[in-house]
Design a protein around this ligand. Structure first.
Ligand code: PLP
Length: 384
């Protein structure tokens, strides 16, 4: 099976992990800090905190921004469940903004309309989680302007988007947001096995995230509320979690980061190859907003099912029978049974639902070859 995504692990990556395993510190050692600094440097953010996964990063981002049971958080329905679940972990209410039919990210037009409605009904969101789907950045300048007008905070869910650019800056600069999060799951741009990171330019947010990621416990005497009992002393100041990443995971992430630009370049070449070869077929290849240069975590096409004369399921199943690991990103979150219990229903966000019915993710990863793509395209031609 040609998978839809796959990590690319080098001998250097393996050596970096083994080096940590042979050292004294395998949990919170020096490499975690090196990894954090390297990602901050790459993205030009001031602060970064590495954590156990992207979901933990989203949870901490919501907590650091003060999301609680009185609040409402908005995100895109076209995302993995974690982008919405994180608000529910904090006891907040979740709602969605429908997607743009070209970028498949949150539609700024739909956001404007929903904000006007929410202002009238006194139910504005405290936080908007902007998901950079497949690696393409949301229209952050416009979203930031709306956040200033309506007073909400912004988390960029950039789980897909490390290495992507927006208006000549790396995604993760937090120029248009309060916090950006990344995931280092093996399907993502770089991997640390499981892993995630939060980036911000706000010192207080960084301090709060750091505290919450380690049980709310500090050993910093400056932060303590009482005199120290001795060198063993620590204080728990907040209710936090154990969301720490290990040093050997950070070593893998740091080693992978050295190849990130090479990974992005390769993905962009493969996408160009796909786009050229698919141009004549009854389907839509991904569209790039002129402000954004995707890092191409995913390659999604939309099938023109009327012209093809088959269902998406038939196309999907036939390609799987040819050992092509096609996938579907995403089932709109609001249509999941858990979210339906919260009151959402099919029809609530039609653009994301129409998209879902037609979309297909084709394999894309760094070690995919042009001859793999030739095979995939030959099979797509046969099927459609
Ligand atoms: C958009 C998005 N956000 C968040 C996450 C959660 O990341 P992790 O799997 O590292 O918890 C994912 C993972 O697939 C994702 O795709």
């Amino acid at each position: 099976m040609i998978p839809y995504a796959r990590q690319s692990i080098s001998e250097n990556d393996i050596d970096a992990v083994v080096k940590v395993l042979r050292s004294d510190f395998i949990t919170q050692g020096p490499v975690v800090t090196q990894f954090e600094r390297a990602v901050s440097h790459y993205c030009s953010s001031q602060y970064s905190i590495a954590v156990s996964n992207g979901t933990a990063a989203l949870h901490l981002a919501c907590l650091a921004l003060g999301v609680s049971s009185d609040d409402i958080v908005w995100t895109s329905p076209n995302t993995f469940a974690a982008s919405a679940n994180c608000a529910l972990y904090c006891g907040a209410e979740i709602d969605f903004v429908d997607i743009d039919p070209d970028t498949y990210n949150i539609s700024v037009a739909a956001l404007k309309i929903k904000l006007q409605w929410a202002e009238k009904n006194t139910c504005l969101p405290k936080v908007l989680i902007a998901v950079h789907f497949a690696g393409q950045c949301c229209e952050m300048k416009e979203i930031k302007a709306l956040s200033e007008r309506y007073g909400f905070k912004i988390i960029e869910d950039a789980a897909h988007a490390l290495g992507g650019d927006y208006l000549d800056q790396k995604i993760g600069s937090c120029r248009y947001s309060d916090i950006t999060i990344f995931s280092f799951h093996p399907a993502k741009m770089i991997t640390s096995g499981e892993g995630g990171m939060l980036l911000t330019n706000v010192a207080d947010l960084a301090a709060s995230i750091e505290l919450l990621a380690t049980h709310g416990i500090t050993k910093d005497s400056e932060l303590m509320t009482l005199a120290s009992h001795g060198d063993w002393y620590y204080q728990q100041l907040k209710l936090g979690f154990n969301y720490r990443i290990t040093d050997f995971q950070a070593a893998l992430g740091l080693s992978q980061l050295q190849r990130l630009d090479e990974f992005v370049k390769k993905r962009r070449q493969l996408v160009q190859y796909y786009n050229d070869k698919l141009a004549e077929l009854p389907l839509t290849t991904p569209w790039q907003h002129p402000d954004s240069q995707s890092c191409w975590h995913l390659y999604v096409i939309r099938l023109d099912l009327d012209r093809i004369g088959k269902t998406r399921k038939e196309v999907f199943d036939q390609l799987r029978l040819s050992d092509i690991g096609v996938h579907v990103h995403y089932i709109p979150v609001h249509t999941q049974p858990y979210y339906q219990q919260l009151g959402f229903k099919w029809g609530d966000f039609p653009e994301s639902e129409n998209y879902y019915k037609e979309v297909l993710t084709l394999p894309l990863y760094v070690d995919l070859t042009e001859s793999n793509i030739d095979y995939i395209i030959q099979k797509i031609r046969e099927v459609i």
